[in-house]
Structures are given as structure tokens and as C-alpha cells.
Design a protein around this ligand. Structure first.
Ligand SMILES: *[C@@H]1O[C@H](CO)[C@@H](O)[C@H](O)[C@H]1NC(C)=O
Ligand SMILES: *[C@@H]1O[C@H](CO)[C@@H](O)[C@H](O)[C@H]1NC(C)=O
Ligand SMILES: *[C@@H]1O[C@H](CO)[C@@H](O)[C@H](O)[C@H]1NC(C)=O
Length: 390
């Protein structure tokens, strides 16, 4: 995404964007050399490795021996940032929200919103509406935890939804306009990764979904049984384990286990290895890291036939679980096209109930405004109209 404001991006947690529009698979060679060097480096510092192992082991023991230890204790004390410990009260609040929202298998659905996305008739409203008009997706609303990144978004969330969490952000006001890749934007993106790690630490599996992803069918039957970390794609190669798939961090399904917790720590800490990159770009670097193979993390890429988007739409309305307004810059463009997307879906539902109509003739009439939104010059920026490509 070009210049973005965090406003839009933030809102959906990931907003995932790959910097230039659809690009070919990354250069493997470069990545491999880089990784190899880093790998070697690691082994040149055995002391650090040993210390790390000891710490990891003691954390593990702690984790297993006392599931009710305060959440702060579970935090990796060596996390690269100075993490301001959440107050006990915030942690208790989070725990109680998660407990209320979780499914019987300890899974929650998470999204993030900010002020601009939470405005009436904007993204958050459309997002909630998709659950209501999807095929039995309404039942997922009670498992949805909305992370509000600023005060206004939090207030609006409380009006519409029962599980809202006020993610306090010290020193950074995410409701303010800020440009993509500006320090505050990056800070926010990385904060999300750290927060999701927390969710895993607390023992919950999650689906993270950007709020510009509309839900139409139940996604659960289409996750890979053996995947620990599953991620949607802008472009799908046809093979769920091919690391050259171009993932989009706007939609992930992650099981809580030691492998995923370690992976999220590694991901978070890798921002220091690749300064200035956002989480999705860093993921594209580290997905080849031998450390991940060694850790045994099973990564699975989700088929765009079920988890589609404007980059590569799901063609079959009988299959489409989710559709992401990706390959699109600008909140206004996204909202415009998502509205039409929901209309297309409603038409499908109507026709489905009409024996005489031809169901197969239904197709998406989007993207419209989103098409080519990368190339168009930006409209003058209003607070809510700052481009976000994702
Ligand atoms: C969901 O889809 C099934 C299969 O097409 C259909 O029979 C059912 O009526 C739909 N239910 C709702 C609530 O849309
Ligand atoms: C939300 O969090 C912020 C930052 O900690 C705090 O200033 C604000 O009062 C909180 N709002 C509510 C309603 O709890
Ligand atoms: C059913 O489909 C036919 C053919 O497309 C159309 O003429 C008719 O108006 C539709 N009926 C309803 C109730 O939508």
C-alpha cells in the first residue's frame, strides 16, 4: 500500500497489504542466504542460546504448573520491546471477555476497529451485517471480540456489540490520521501481533479477521485439520503448504499451542531484524526460516475459492466463506464496493429460494471503485478517506 493512514488500516487489524500491488513470489535465493547467515549467527552465540533455552524452559514449567498465574508472568520477559505490563484490571477484563465469547472449543473470533471504521454506515456496520445475511453465520457474532483501538470506536462498539475490548495505547492515538509505514502505524501493527500472542498465551484459539472481510458461509469446515497457523491469500498457488503462496494477514486461524506461541514471539521479535517492515512483509521473510521448520509449526495457506477477495475472488457463491476488500486503497472505495458485494450476495440468496431462477448466473459485480485504486491519484485526504490497501 502506498501511503496509508493508519486510520484505515488500523481498523482492520491487518490491513494487510503487501506493499506493491500483487507481486511475484519473493526471491527465494535472497531470503535463503539471509536466513542462512542468521542461522549461522545464532549458532555463534551458544551462551545466548543456552540462556534462552533455560528461560524458555522455566516459562514452560510455570505455564504448565499454574494455569492461573497472572497473565503478566506468562509474558516473555525477553520480548524485545519494553512491554508495559497491562494492569491487573485490564487483564482481568480481557480474560472475562474472552471467556464469555469463546466457543465450547475455546475459540474466539477477533477483529479490530478504529474511529473511522466504526462510524455509522461504514466498515464496522457492513461487517456485522454480513454475519446476519450470511448462511448461518449469525451464530458467530456471539463469539466475536471487537478490539477498539480508540475511545470513539470503543463507544460505538458498545452500542452495537456485546464483546468489546478497549485496547489502551499509551502515547499513540490510533484514531488520528497517520501514514502507512509511519512509526505509529508500524507500532500499531506490531502491537496487534503482540496482542494476538497474548490471546494464544491465555489458551484461546482464534480467527483473526479484518473488518473489511465479509462472512458468508461457515469457515470452520474449510480449515486444514493439521494446521497450527492458517492464513488467507491474496493469490493462491493451489497448494496449501507451498510457502510461495502470497498470504494476506487480514484473515488467520491460529490454534493455541506451544508452537504457535513461540512463532508469534519470533514473528514479533523479527521486526527488529527487518526494521521498517510491517508484520505481513516480515511474515513473508520469516516463513522460510529454518527456525520455523525446526519448531514444527504447521503453516497452511487458505484457498481463495473459500477465502477470497478482490485480488482473487471466490467464484462460487455456494463456497465463498469470506470475501476481503483487498487489492484496494482507500476506505471510501472499500465501503462502496463492499456495499455492492453484499447486494450481490443478497441477490444470490433470493435467487436460491426461487426455483425458476438460474442460480449459476450469479457473479460478483465488484471490484468497481477498488479496481485500479492503486494507480489513481489520491483524493484529498479527509479523515475517513485515507487510503488503505489491504
Ligand atoms: C443455508 O444453506 C443451506 C444449503 O444451501 C440451505 O438449505 C439453508 O436454508 C440456508 N440457511 C440459511 C439460514 O440461510
Ligand atoms: C480506554 O482506555 C484508555 C487508555 O487506557 C482510557 O484512557 C479510557 O478511559 C478507556 N475507556 C474506557 C471507557 O474504559
Ligand atoms: C424468480 O425468478 C424468475 C426468473 O428469473 C423471475 O421472473 C421471478 O420474478 C422470480 N421470483 C421471485 C419471487 O423472486
Amino acid at each position: 500500500m502506498g501511503l496509508e493512514t493508519q486510520t484505515n488500516m488500523v481498523a482492520s487489524g491487518h490491513q494487510h497489504q503487501k506493499s506493491p500491488p500483487p507481486s511475484p513470489p519473493p526471491e527465494l535465493n535472497n531470503d535463503h542466504n539471509l536466513l542462512f547467515n542468521r542461522f549461522k549467527l545464532r549458532f555463534q552465540t551458544p551462551k545466548a542460546v543456552i540462556i534462552f533455552a533455560m528461560v524458555a524452559l522455566s516459562c514452560l514449567l510455570l505455564y504448565h504448573s499454574s494455569p492461573s498465574v497472572p497473565f503478566r508472568v506468562l509474558y516473555n520477559p525477553f520480548a524485545a520491546t519494553k512491554h508495559r505490563p497491562n494492569s491487573e484490571k485490564k487483564v482481568d477484563e480481557l480474560k472475562s471477555i474472552l471467556k464469555e465469547a469463546a466457543t465450547s472449543s475455546n475459540t474466539i473470533i477477533i477483529t479490530t476497529i478504529n474511529d473511522a471504521w466504526a462510524e455509522p454506515n461504514s466498515m464496522f456496520d457492513l461487517f456485522l451485517e454480513s454475519f446476519k445475511i450470511g448462511n448461518v453465520t449469525q451464530r458467530f457474532i456471539k463469539h466475536l471480540v471487537v478490539i477498539a483501538l480508540d475511545q470513539k470506536a470503543y463507544t460505538r462498539c458498545l452500542k452495537l456489540h456485546s464483546h468489546c475490548y478497549n485496547l489502551s495505547t499509551h502515547g499513540v492515538d490510533f484514531s488520528e490520521e497517520a501514514y502507512f509505514m509511519a512509526p505509529d502505524y508500524l507500532k500499531m501493527m506490531w502491537r496487534r501481533i503482540d496482542f494476538l500472542r497474548t490471546i494464544l498465551d491465555l489458551g484461546y484459539n482464534f480467527i483473526f479477521t479484518d473488518a473489511d472481510i465479509m462472512w458468508f458461509w461457515d469457515p470452520f469446515p474449510h480449515f486444514n485439520k493439521d494446521g497450527d497457523f492458517q492464513i488467507a491469500c491474496d493469490y493462491y498457488t493451489g497448494n496449501p503448504i507451498n510457502l510461495n503462496n502470497l498470504p494476506n494477514g487480514g484473515f488467520t486461524y491460529v490454534k493455541s499451542n506451544e508452537k504457535t506461541i513461540e512463532f508469534y514471539k519470533f514473528w514479533f521479535n523479527s521486526r527488529l531484524t527487518y526494521p521498517g517492515l510491517h508484520d505481513q512483509d516480515v511474515f513473508n521473510k520469516i516463513k522460510f526460516d529454518p527456525i520455523i521448520r525446526h519448531n514444527g509449526l504447521q503453516i497452511r495457506f487458505l484457498d481463495t475459492a473459500f477465502f477470497g477477495g478482490f485480488c482473487e475472488p471466490s467464484r462460487d457463491f455456494d463456497k465463498v466463506c469470506t470475501m476481503h476488500a483487498n487489492c484496494c486503497v482507500g476506505l471510501e472505495n472499500k465501503v462502496h464496493d463492499i456495499r455492492i458485494m453484499l447486494q450481490d450476495w443478497r441477490k444470490y440468496r433470493q435467487v436460491l429460494g426461487n426455483q425458476t431462477a438460474m442460480v449459476r448466473s450469479i457473479s460478483w459485480t465488484v471490484p468497481q471503485s477498488c479496481r485500479g485504486s492503486f494507480q489513481r491519484p489520491r483524493a484529498p485526504k479527509k479523515k475517513e478517506d485515507v487510503g488503505s490497501k489491504s
